[in-house]
Write a protein that binds this ligand. Sequence first.
Ligand SMILES: *Cc1c(COP(=O)(O)O)cnc(C)c1O
Length: 381
Amino acid sequence: MSAASGAYRGLLDKYRHRLPISESTPIVNLYEGNTPLLPLENIPRESRVDADIWVKLEGLNPTGSFKDRGMTMAVSRALEEGSRAIICASTGNTSASAAAYAARAGMRAFVLIPDGKISLGKLAQAMMHGATIIKIDGNFDDGMRLVREVAEEAPVTIVNSINPYRLQGQKTVAFEVVESLGRAPDFHCLPVGNAGNISAHWIGYSEACPGERNCVTASCNFCDGSCPYASEPLADSRPVMVGYQATGAAPFLRGHPVENPETVATAIRIGNPQSWDLALAASAESGGWFDEFDDAEILATQKLLAEKEGIFCEPASAVAVSGALRDLKSGKIPAGSTVVCTLTGHGLKDSDAAIAQDSAPMLTVKANRDAVRNAIAGALE
Ligand SMILES: *Cc1c(COP(=O)(O)O)cnc(C)c1O
């Protein structure tokens, strides 16, 4: 099998020299990454917000979320190291991604999910890809603790974001943003759950801009102080990192883990983030902050993106845009800024949440021409 030279073959291939892989690493991929960076056109104008707001459509990765960036890296290294099985705790998207990459690699996948608390779309993915699904009567944080305990004895590789290769794969999103814009944005807004992704973004931006890099605190697991990227900077600045959480699952706002996290945005329904220190460092080093939104606000922004821009993302993803808009209106993000929001997952993952909003005008009519014509005429009035 061969492809035309220059054809895109996934992020391990494209960023090989910037990732912890070698010639002998077997690459397990689904041609993930290379996602569109799209400008919002209608929302900024209608909300009278003066800024360039771009959205990175991570829902267009092979399994519908950014988790694929980390999973191609983690599963490739697990295979290289001789592992035959991977395991993760998940609110849904990690399990979907782990299951798909395990299938591609010919490995077994074990996924621990909170019973009844993951969307049907995500569960369907894990099932179709042949993962062994272990439902627990606990939340993500319980699952995470159990995965850590079990992996100490069982011959399984953890592919949650505590696996450092996950963040290495996910950092590539920052490279792509810089390439698309020709520079780093002024602000980067994203949802924060387990806090791996905000940490990974920061590693990526720090490597894209080695001039500003501070290896002692910039939290790269592979950096010994001699920055390998100094000779090839992609950007000459780094953005301010702004992380948003759901009010019912906002440990960074409370300053401590949250016991029983609750939110409609199930992908960020996490009370005890594993990348706590890395995320705090990213926020502090970049001069950023955390903020929170309740479920009603999150769902309103999800709907706004769908209705005004034609972009259907998960509830968890929408919180990034809720945040960017509020902080632009308050001036916390200055007018004229270039802002990127990571839309972490596809809206079709959680069609239940969308349909539960039940705001679409639905008309039931007889199956004849007059009835349909009258319904249209009525709606246009
Ligand atoms: C995993 C996930 C998040 C949260 O990312 P963290 O790295 O856990 O902070 C947000 N949105 C979606 C759609 C996700 O799948």
